[in-house]
Each structure stands twice: as C-alpha cells, then as structure tokens.
Design a protein around this ligand. Structure first.
Ligand code: COI
Length: 367
C-alpha cells in the first residue's frame, strides 16, 4: 500500500481489553457508548503543518479552559464504518468520500485540510491495533469517528485559531435506533432551522448538531421520533431528517422512481445519499435530485402516488419513515409500513458493505 509522508508513533495499550470483555461489548454494542483500546492523534501548527502523528492508548484530552474550540466551536467531524468481510479482512465503505468531505468541512470552518492519504492512514493505523474490535459478519460494525478541533489558547476572534488537533476514535456499533428498522415518525419543523443559505449546512461541523437538539426535543414533545428540517427562507422545502438525508419513492413496482432533495448548500452531502443515487440507478429506478415541498409530500402521500419515504446515513443506514406530523395535522406514508423499494435498497447496500454482493463501483476499501 502507499504510505503517507507522515510517520505514526505507536504506543500499545499496557492493559488492552481481554477477549472476554470485547465479546461482552460486541454482544450488545449500542451506539457510541464503548470505545476501542487506542486512538489516533495528529497535530497541526503553521510552522510544521501536520505532524506528531500518534497511536496511543485511548485517553482524556487536557485543554486549557481558554482553548478556542470550547468558546467558538471550531470543530468538524466524520463518521464511517469498518466491516468484517467474509474472508476475515476488514474494509470500510468509501473512506475517500469521507476524507474529501472532511477537507470540505475544514475549509468552511477556516481549519487546515488533512490530506486524504493521512486520513486513510489514520484509519489503517487504528484498525491495525484494534481490529479485534470489529464485529464478525452481521449487522454490526466498528464506527470510526475522525474529528478536528482548534487548540489555540485565547479568546480573540479576529482570526482563526493557529493550532489544531485531529483525532480518531473507534466505537463498536449495533443498530442506531433502538427500534431497528421499524418506521420512524417525523415532525415537520417550521419553528427552528438547521442551516441557512451561505451558512454551514453542507459542512459536518459540531455546531450544526448543537443547533439541532432543541428541535429534536420539540419533535419528541409532539410525539414524533425525529425532526424534519425545512429550508430557512420559505420553511417549505424538505432538507433533512435529524442527522440523515431523505429519499422519496414515487409509484411502485416497475414504475417506482426515487427523488431526494437536491444539494442546496444547506444539506449535508451524505455518502449514503450519494451511494443510493448510484445504487438506485443500478437497480433500474429513475432517480432525481430536486426540491420537494411539504405540501407535495402530504398531498401525494395521501393520494398514494408517494409510496415510500426513508432516511439514510452511515449510522442508521436506511430507516423507513412511516408517519409525518405538522402544526395542522398528520398523515401516513405507505400505510406506515416499510416499503419494498426501501428494503431492497437497504439489503443491497448492506450486502455490499459486508462483502456479500458484487461491488461494481469499488466502494469497499481494505484497511
Ligand atoms: C449519520 O451517520 O447518519 C450521522 O449523521 C451520525 C450521527 C451520529 C452524527
């Protein structure tokens, strides 16, 4: 394999988890609750650029309380998964796409770009020491969480911070929603917005998620599982569901076609979203990226022309949406049941990720 210019120092954990402990965690991983034995860190400063790459035992970070990220939120992250393959090797799904989006997010937050090959090497370094934390074939995987924060100390805001820390964590992941693939209900939120034109919606930055919690809580208060975000200007064009992209299935059987909201700059360009556009085409469905309004959604769900809606993302893969609610009422989609196109796409995508179906786009990358 190509090795990046950056050498990694490796400090093995003095007391790594026992095989019994790992088996115990992997039996019921949940999401984001357990972490592997090691982590990666890489530093950046203007003089040296990216340097001091390390694989070390998982540890706390010590930050001066005046560290810039704690006040002004210069923080970006990624999420991708490592899957056990039938031959026992470990592969991840389109890590190059996450590396590119990580650079794009960093640019928007005026942070330095981590070269793609260093991003990929960091994944390989972690898997090399913590591969035994990748679950065996099945629905589960090892969620990888790369992130970057500003570490400069000082409260000035006239220029971006001058020093940064990149880190990578690994966390065994089961199904993201406690209910598995059961359809979720959504609240069409017109009070709060996630992102505005010219803002940070396309970037995977911490602040986008911070701004979402209050709306998610409102959705739960209204008896729904998840919030659906609408555009900031007209509060009418569908953007995302919680931290996931949305797909709409019009028609059914031979005449089914897929529609997903076009990337407006305020939507996150999901890797799963992009992959499903390609997979949908491979399976013979016409696919379209365009605007879709809440009125169209409701009207066509009621007439039956809109047969299925699902959300997609790395963490929860594909989740059917069965019911939608807004200030003036609520409606079902496809009778509230998971639809056949949704389940077909889900099965095909997860089969590719688990090395159980052909991978015509060469999405799987051995780590
Ligand atoms: C996703 O993978 O769909 C997410 O947005 C993950 C979430 C935990 C931030």
């Amino acid at each position: 394999r190509m090795s990046s210019a950056l050498p990694f120092s490796r400090t093995p954990h003095p007391h790594p988890a026992t095989p019994d402990r790992i088996a115990e965690v992997l039996a019921k991983p949940g999401f984001g609750q357990h972490f592997t034995d090691h982590m990666v860190t890489i530093r950046w400063n203007p003089e040296q650029g990216w340097h001091d790459a390390r694989v070390e035992p998982y540890h706390h970070l010590e930050l001066d309380p005046a560290t810039s990220v704690l006040h002004y939120g210069q923080a970006v992250f990624e999420g991708l998964k490592a899957y056990r393959q039938p031959d026992g090797s470990i592969a991840s799904f389109r890590p190059d796409a996450n590396a590119a989006r990580f650079r794009s997010s960093a640019r928007r937050l005026a942070m330095p770009e981590l070269p793609d090959e260093v991003f990929l090497d960091s994944l390989r370094e972690l898997i090399a020491v913590d591969g035994r934390w990748v679950p065996d074939i099945g629905e589960d995987s090892l969620y990888l969480r790369p992130f970057m924060i500003s570490t400069e100390v000082g409260l000035g805001v006239n220029r971006p911070a001058g020093t940064y820390l990149y880190a990578l964590l690994g966390s065994p992941a089961g199904s993201y929603f406690a209910s598995g693939v059961k359809p979720v209900s959504v609240w069409l939120c017109t009070e709060y917005v996630r992102a505005a034109p010219g803002g940070t919606g396309f970037a995977k930055c911490a602040g986008n998620y911070a701004a979402a919690f209050v709306a998610q809580a409102q959705a739960v208060e209204r008896g729904c599982d998840q919030v659906v975000w609408l555009d900031a200007v007209e509060r009418r064009w569908v953007e995302e569901m919680g931290g996931m992209n949305l797909f709409f299935v019009f028609g059914s059987g031979e005449s089914a076609r897929l529609v997903t909201p076009e990337l407006s700059g305020s939507l996150l360009p999901g890797v799963t979203r992009d992959s499903l556009l390609k997979l949908g085409r491979d399976l013979g469905y016409p696919v379209e990226e365009r605007r879709i309004s809440t009125e169209e959604w409701e009207k066509k769900a009621e007439s039956g022309e809109l047969s299925e809606v699902f959300a997609c993302g790395t963490a929860a893969v594909i989740t059917p949406v069965g019911r939608a609610k807004h200030a003036d009422g609520e409606f079902l989609i496809g009778g509230g049941q998971p639809g056949p196109v949704t389940m077909r796409l889900r099965e095909r995508l997860t089969a590719i990720q688990r090395g159980q179906a052909p991978d015509p786009h060469h999405w799987m990358v051995t780590l």
